[in-house]
Each structure stands twice: as C-alpha cells, then as structure tokens.
Design a binder for this molecule. Structure first.
Ligand code: HEM
Length: 499
C-alpha cells in the first residue's frame, strides 16, 4: 500500500494532530513572550531599586518619554513640573533620576571630586578632540585643568591688563547701541561676549564683532544655530540622525568655517599678551596645535551664548516699566563708581544683587547636568541609587523649588540678595555655574564681563523696549542651555542727563 492510497480519514486525523502540535508550540511561544513581558514590567514597576523613587509610573518602563521631551525642547519644564508634583527627587527614566536639594548637589557634584560625566558631553567634542568640558575621565580632566586654570581665577581676571580690553569692548557696545532708535541687543550682546572671550584667549587678536564686519558672521554661526533635535537623536539613536536631517529643512549648526579659520590663524599669530589662554597653551607643545585650537574653540563656544543670553534676559527684564525703580537704583550706584579711577565694580552691592538674581532666574545652563553613580551605588536624599544610574540636577528647578529659600521664585527680586537672613541657604542652592571640580572655569570672566557691560550702559543710558519689539523673550531650550525664543530683543537707549 502506497501513501497516496491511504484513506481520507487518516489524512484528516494526521493534519489535525500536526496542526494542534503547531498551535500548542505557538501558544507556548506566545505564553512565554507574555510572561516575559509581564515579569519585565513587574520588575521595572515594583522590584527594581528605582521603582521606590517617586515619579510617574511610565518613567519606570521606558526612557522614551524623556527623549520625547528632550527632542521637542520641553524637557526643562517637564522635569520642573515633575519636581513640583513629587518633590526633591524624581525618576525620569528606568535608569535616570533628577534631584533638587542642596545635599544632593553636594553629593553628586562635589563629594570626592564629583561623579563622572556621562557620554552626553561627547556631543560637544571639537573635531573629535576632547577638551576640558568634554573630558569624561577624571585623570584626563585634572591634567587639562592644571594646565590652564590659572588663566581664569578671580585675581587673574581682575588684573588691569585684562580689564582694560574688556572695558574697551563695553564702551564699543554702549556706543553702537546709543546710535539708533531701536537696537537688537540679542545680536550685540553676543558680539560683546565673543569679543571679550576671544580677547581673553588671543589678545591682541580678539574679534571686534560689536563694530560689525566679517566677525559678525562668526556670531551668526555661533548664536543662531538650532541643533537640539539632531543632537538628541545623535545621542540616543545615532542611526536616525541622518534620516532626520534629510527629511527636515536644513538648519544651521553651531560653529562654522569662519570661527575655525579665526581660531587657527589667531593661535598661530604672535606674540599673544601674557595673560591669554593662547600663551599658556603654547607653553605645552606636547599638546599639539590641533588640541590647543580645539580647547580655544570650546572656550569660545562656552563663553558666548551663556554670557550673551544671561545679559539679554537681564537687560530686557530691567527695561520693563515695573522695574523702573530698580533701574534707577542701579543707575545711581553705577554713576558713582568709576572703574578707570579705582572704582571696584565687583564691590557694588546692587549691581551684584541684580546679576545674582539674573543668574538664579535665567542662568543659561538651565537643563540637567548628567553624571554616573559610582561603583557600589550611593544613597542620595535617602534613596539607594545603584551604580551606573544617571543622576542630575537642573538649575531651573534648584533655583525655584524650595520656596522657603526663594519666596516668589518666578519673580525678579534682586533685593532678596541684599538680605543677611537666609544668605547661606541661598548660596548653597545657587547652581548657575555648576558645582565642584567640573564647575564653570569661566565664571569670574563671565561675571566681570557682565559688570563691565552693565556699567558701560547704565552709567549713560536708561533702556526701554523698542516700539518695534514684537519678539518673544520666552526661554527656549537647546541641549543644555536656554535662550530667548526668537533670538531677537530690541531696546531703545535714552541718554541720561548727568547732574
Ligand atoms: C553666564 C555665563 C556662564 C554660565 C552660566 C556658565 C555655566 C557653566 C556650567 C553650569 C558649567 C558646568 C557644566 C557641567 O557641570 O556639566 C560650565 C562649565 C564650563 N564653562 Fe561655563 N558658563 C558661563 C560662562 C563661561 C565662559 C565665559 C567660559 C569661557 C572660558 C566658560 C567655560 C566653561 C568651561 C571650559 C567649562 C568646563 C569646565 C570643566 O569641566 O572643568 N563658561 N559653565
């Protein structure tokens, strides 16, 4: 008897058996998949160490929610609202937690040299060179910092050889702004910041972009870029970046060839003034020219938007009619201080209070500064956080959350900084320039630039919003920083009549 001659009922029963075996294998597979998913969810939701950390349940499951906000530029406010709801500690993703207390700042950024930076900082490498800002390894960072830290100390920055070129730039700014009925200070403040930081790095080969010319193009390339979404993709899903770029209109990226050529030619030019960063770097030929230029480019990048944006928010706020008395108080203080004849701008109490309050409200580095929890895990703000979890704090929240320290946190109240009471607590929560070994090396330069500029302007002018100013001054986010949304801020400068 051949197979084909088998009766039909045998074939039917045979097929039924095969089908049921297949079905049960499939059911088994489905059951295993469902069980794995459920165990994964149960682990993430109830058993993982981070499940005990406060936060919305969905942040236990995936980091996609956080990436979505990062991509759309809503991360700062998303995190801030979570802190308002859950308190000082909030889970942002299955492997990421945000903190907002002074104790957490100390633990994460200061204790034992601070925790290590995450790979997010690699996005800021200059032509593939790691520099002070992007060094992830502590030893590498220490070596780099040792080479150049003396350039940026308060004493070094206050030396007349540096103060003089900065003051000259402040005068140039005040002159240009006083010449027209409506001045876009967003543009000119970024020019001023570029001119100051490039003087610090390359003097006498600093830029003169306040006066315009080809140096303006560098500012256009540096301060009008929009690279957030592409950088977010490069960090989380590098394979998506090229597709995203090809599908969206071409956006300017930060930097550009003008800046690159400028840095190379200024590094090669000589002699540089003794106080410059270039002088110090050239004393270390083992670094190689490419590394030196990369370091300079990094300081230019770090020094222009930060200082420019902070000054822009400050002058806009001060120009509002509800701040008329504050502007008057500042004018009176600055008119009686003459830095060219021994007047000390860093000792003017109201000027310092105005700057502190600006840095509290609009410190441009508003977004989280991420770090890895070291081996062995750590207890932070009472929660055990396992090793290699990403932890961070963002200045926007740290400067607003604790209303016993900062009452009416969203209001511009420079006077709060003049009160003795609560001063220690306020300082413990100031995070505008970061904290610990990785805090801002350019802090004293930035503060000095701000004081000089405010003196140049408010010892001569009163300012008010220009009649043709219709742009939004809302904060808008890049990857680590926030800036005025429309990249435009028009003011009118009214000359003061000296008594
Ligand atoms: C208002 C002005 C500024 C603000 C708010 C600001 C803010 C910051 C913050 C928050 C950090 C720490 C980042 C982190 O921990 O991840 C930082 C680092 C840094 N900043 Fe600034 N910055 C300003 C101006 C400047 C200027 C003018 C320079 C120019 C030299 C500069 C150069 C740097 C460098 C090189 C680092 C890396 C330091 C290190 O890792 O050791 N910054 N800045």
């Amino acid at each position: 008897m051949t197979l084909t001659s088998l009766p039909n009922w045998v074939w039917v029963s045979y097929s039924a058996v095969v089908l049921s075996v297949h079905r049960s294998a499939l059911s088994l597979l489905v059951a295993v998949a469902i069980l794995s998913c459920l165990s994964f969810l149960a682990y993430r939701l109830f058993l993982s160490p981070l499940s005990k950390v406060p936060g919305p349940w969905y942040t236990n499951i995936s980091h996609l929610f956080m990436v979505y906000h990062d991509f759309n530029g809503t991360k700062r406010l998303w995190i801030h609202n979570l802190h308002l709801r859950y308190g000082c500690v909030v889970r942002l993703a299955p492997n990421e937690v945000s903190f907002a207390s002074a104790a957490a700042l100390k633990e994460i950024y200061t204790s034992a040299g601070g925790y290590a930076k995450t790979e997010l900082y690699s996005l800021f490498k200059q032509n593939d060179h790691r520099n002070l800002f992007t060094a992830l390894d502590k030893k590498e960072h220490n070596e780099k910092k040792k080479r150049l830290a003396d350039r940026y100390t308060n004493t070094a920055v206050l030396h007349p050889s540096i103060q003089e070129p900065l003051r000259e730039r402040g005068e140039a700014f005040a002159k240009v702004c006083g010449e027209s009925e409506s001045t876009d200070i967003y543009l000119y403040l970024h020019c001023y910041a570029l001119d100051c930081v490039s003087a610090m790095i390359f003097h006498p080969y600093g830029t003169k972009s306040v006066e315009g010319g080809s140096d303006h193009d560098m500012v256009r390339n540096l301060s009008y870029h929009d690279s957030r979404s592409a950088l977010v993709l490069r960090h989380h899903y590098p394979w998506l970046e090229a597709a995203y770029k090809s599908l969206t209109p071409k956006r300017p990226s930060k930097g550009g060839k003008f800046l690159f050529h400028y840095a190379w030619s200024s590094m090669r030019a000589s002699p540089h003034s003794d106080f410059t960063l270039a002088t110090r770097l050239l004393q270390h030929p083992e670094m190689g020219m490419e590394d030196m230029v990369a370091e300079c480019l990094d300081h230019i990048g770090a020094g222009i938007d930060t200082t420019g944006d902070a000054l822009c928010f400050l002058m806009w706020e001060l120009s509002q009619s509800h701040n008329a008395e504050r502007m008057q108080r500042l004018i009176e203080e600055l008119q009686t201080c003459d830095p060219e004849h021994g007047g000390r701008l860093n000792q003017q109490p109201y000027l310092n209070a105005v700057i502190e309050e600006t840095m509290r409200l609009w410190a441009p580095g508003t977004l989280p500064l991420p770090r890895y929890v070291p081996q062995g895990g750590r207890v932070i703000d009472g929660y055990y956080i396992p090793a290699h979890t990403i932890v961070s704090a963002q200045s926007y929240t740290v400067h607003r959350l604790d209303q016993s320290v900062f009452p009416e946190p969203d209001k511009f109240l420079p006077e709060r900084w003049l009160e003795e009471k609560g001063s220690v607590d306020r300082q413990r929560l100031m995070f505008a320039f970061g904290s610990g070994a990785r805090s801002c090396i350019g802090k004293f330069l930035a503060l000095s630039e701000m004081r000089i500029l405010l003196h140049s302007v408010y010892s001569r002018y009163r300012t008010r919003p220009a009649a043709d100013m219709h742009a939004s001054m809302e904060m808008s986010d890049q990857l680590l920083t926030s800036r005025p949304k429309d990249l435009l801020c028009k003011l009118t400068f009214d000359r003061l009549i000296r008594k």
